[in-house]
Design a protein around this ligand. Structure first.
Ligand code: AMP
Length: 384
């Protein structure tokens, strides 16, 4: 999720700039002012309580704000992200926002402050008052709103400065110029988001070939646990020796060995756009470990792809591979091939089902040429 708060005194241009942010970044807009005006219009209990405070230019109680925000957020848990306008408006509300984000298992990316002078705010609001029909857009109330802003709202800046989430733009410029500054901030935020793809499919479905092609096209680090284990054996590290011993005795490599290898890989991959995971997670336990690993890395799953190939075609492909130089140690007999297919069906398919319920899995028809399948995967990845 991409969660942004637009900050600034009344008249700074928060509403105007929100319009393009919502469209360009597909964010769910939450303006506490709009929500309160709606409550007033519908003459709800909340609206009745808020009416006189808004009319005088004061700040509505945090208790009322929590109620309207919580209702809106919990009714829309599956959005791309939230854009807050006019919230948080007090230091206490900054903490409230933290709590709400935790509840959604997400966090605020940044607070963008639109900087304008007091004079400019007053002029803009007086101008808007000619057409807005808002009861609080007249000079006396405007002065009170600004007084509230400088006394109660401005300190919120420190909360976000301390967290390193405070971004400032000069809002004295034209709408277009301000838009550009905000867009730069948004692009910077987006680039921090890693693209993490998990690639599922039965052995022989083409995960390796496609995984490497995806990694190249999208600039992602390819994380294939099978290859990582093989690399350790080749490098003859202590872990490599242990893995070799396990392989020779037909034993599976325990998670205690696999997990630190992945952790190391995530830690050492600086400046990458994201990761493509192949061959992990393959069990229920590993799916929990995986979620934990990504979370620890400050990241999460972006997309899950499953390449689907009919079972007879899989057997045909694996059998064919066993007769070439690409033959893997686990391709050498029908028995081994069947065991691998069986392991996938019994251990990994339930993991895919779980992820499908949680995040949705993009199913890709794995029949056809490598290129054809790759095109389908790219389309699946680029689809919103
Ligand atoms: P706005 O549309 O953001 O200018 O808000 C109009 C009025 O609604 C403000 O002057 C406050 O009275 C009230 N209000 C809006 N958001 C908040 C908030 N987060 N906390 C307290 N009062 C708010």
């Amino acid at each position: 999720m991409l969660n942004i708060a637009l900050f600034g005194p009344p008249g700074a241009g928060k509403g105007t700039q929100s319009e393009f942010l919502i469209k360009e970044y597909n964010l769910f807009y939450i303006s506490t002012g709009d929500l309160l005006r709606k409550e007033i219009k519908e003459q709800t209990e909340l609206g009745k309580k808020a009416h006189n405070i808004i009319a005088s230019g004061g700040l509505v109680s945090d208790e009322i704000i929590v109620q309207i925000i919580e209702k809106t957020i919990t009714n829309n848990p599956d959005v791309n992200g939230f854009l807050f306008d006019g919230f948080p408006r007090t230091y206490v509300q900054a903490y409230i926002l933290e709590g709400l984000m935790i509840k959604l298992n997400t966090s605020l990316n940044c607070l963008i402050s639109l900087d304008v002078t007091e004079e400019e705010s007053i002029n803009r609001l007086l101008n808007r008052g000619k057409t807005s029909g808002r009861m609080d857009d007249n000079e006396e109330v405007i002065r009170n709103r600004l007084k509230e802003y400088y006394e109660k709202t401005l300190p919120v800046i420190n909360f976000y400065k301390e967290k390193g989430l405070y971004k400032e733009v000069n809002s004295m410029l034209s709408i277009d110029e301000v838009h550009k500054q905000i867009r730069n901030i948004m692009e910077e935020e987006l680039s921090k988001h890693l693209l993490n793809i998990v690639l599922f499919g039965y052995p022989g479905s083409g995960r390796g070939t496609q995984g490497k092609a995806i990694s190249k096209k999208y600039g992602l680090e390819y994380v294939a646990t099978g290859s990582m284990l093989k690399e350790e054996i080749i490098k003859n590290t202590d872990i490599g020796k242990e893995i070799k011993h396990l392989y020779e005795n037909g034993l599976i490599v325990p998670d205690e060995i696999v997990v630190p290898l992945i952790e190391e890989k995530l830690k050492n991959s600086k400046g990458v756009k994201g990761f493509i995971f192949k061959g992990f997670p393959r069990t229920f336990v590993q799916s929990y470990i995986f979620d934990g690993l990504l979370k620890k890395h400050g990241s999460s799953i972006s997309k899950i792809i499953e390449i689907e190939v009919p079972i007879l075609e899989l057997i045909r492909r694996l059998d064919k591979r066993s007769k070439t130089k690409d033959c893997m140690p686990y391709d050498t007999s029908t028995e081994k091939i069947v065991q691998r297919l069986y392991d996938h069906e019994t251990k990994t398919v339930p993991v895919i089902q779980k992820y499908n319920e949680l995040h949705g899995v993009v199913k890709i028809d794995g029949m056809g040429t490598v290129d054809e399948v790759f095109q389908r995967i790219c389309l699946g990845l680029e689809r919103k």
